[in-house]
Design a protein around this ligand. Structure first.
Ligand SMILES: [Zn+2]
Length: 293
């Protein structure tokens, strides 16, 4: 089945880049809509931005999409929650140029999706099923290998290369659709205090704080309550992969092995998939969300 929401739900928070207050509203949509962002702060003729790989406009610090000169940033955390819940059609209304960062994870989005309840829009969901391996790497040594598999599984190796003595992290999830809410949704975005200082000096990340980012300073986690998982950073990298790959517009059946992944690499992998249609096929599947609807 593919799903949308039974009724609209909303949440409010600040934008991590602008620091401005923003309200996000998830609205039910008809079959075939896909994921469409709607900038309700703009005039009707240019407020809609379809969430597709072709509309990616920037992958540097987050994933930004755009259409007709209108952009929306940091789409990956809400898209991860939608695709993991088997939601295939949704209008995502927002009153500014970026999504609210909430606590830096997908937890708030999963929570409001569960509150809104799911409504079936189709009998099956279309899945991209990988048939042949694909390997993509960046010039700076990050890589993703995709392999045929029975489920959508992900493993992430996060190598901090000895920076500030932070231990490397490893995370593996066997079935994303079954375990996203428990194992991934609450993993927050993270960064080093030194990098944050540079971003603030450049006028970026104005909304970033310990409320929405795990921050490491001189090898120590600054957040009062510490980490939610020992390998929270690696889990968040898996979250970003799921959210970015949602722009392909399909459920996924493949194994993804990632080494120090990031949004740029994730976009390169989607491009490689679309340029190699002989490596995969589309299959219609019956699906069920992992929570009661
Ligand atoms: Zn992220």
């Amino acid at each position: 089945m593919g799903y949308t929401l039974k009724s609209s739900v909303h949440c409010s928070g600040v934008g991590v880049h602008s620091g401005q207050p923003l309200t996000l509203r998830l609205c039910p949509a008809l079959k075939g809509t896909g994921y469409v962002f709607e900038r309700v702060d703009l005039e009707e003729s240019k407020r809609f931005i379809p969430a597709t790989f072709q509309n990616i406009t920037n992958s540097k610090f987050n994933t930004q999409i755009g259409f007709k000169d209108v952009v929306i940033s940091t789409v990956e955390h809400v898209l991860a929650a939608l695709t993991a819940c088997h939601i295939t059609d949704m209008i995502i209304q927002i009153d500014g140029p970026e999504m609210p960062v909430m606590d830096g994870s997908s937890g708030s989005f999963v929570k409001i999706i569960q509150e809104g309840g799911l409504a079936q829009v189709s009998d099956t969901r279309s899945f991209l099923v990988l048939d042949k391996e694909l390997f993509v790497e960046t010039s700076y040594g990050s890589s993703i290998q995709l392999m045929p598999a029975s489920y959508f599984s992900i493993q992430v190796v996060q190598d901090f290369k000895g920076r500030e003595g932070v231990q490397n992290q490893f995370f593996k999830i066997e079935d994303v659709y079954c375990s996203f809410a428990e194992q991934i949704a609450r993993a927050r975005t993270f960064g080093f205090y030194q990098d944050a200082e540079k971003m603030w000096a450049a006028g970026l990340s104005k909304g970033a704080s310990l409320e929405n980012t795990v921050v490491v300073k001189e090898g120590v986690v600054m957040n009062e309550k510490g980490l939610r998982f020992d390998n929270e950073c690696a889990r968040h990298k898996a979250l970003d992969i799921i959210g970015d790959f949602a722009l392909l517009g399909y459920g996924l059946q493949l194994a993804c092995h990632a080494q120090n992944p990031g949004h740029e690499l994730n976009a390169m992998v989607m491009k490689a998939l679309l340029e190699n249609p002989g490596h995969w096929h589309i299959e219609e599947k019956l699906v069920k969300p992992s929570f009661e609807i």
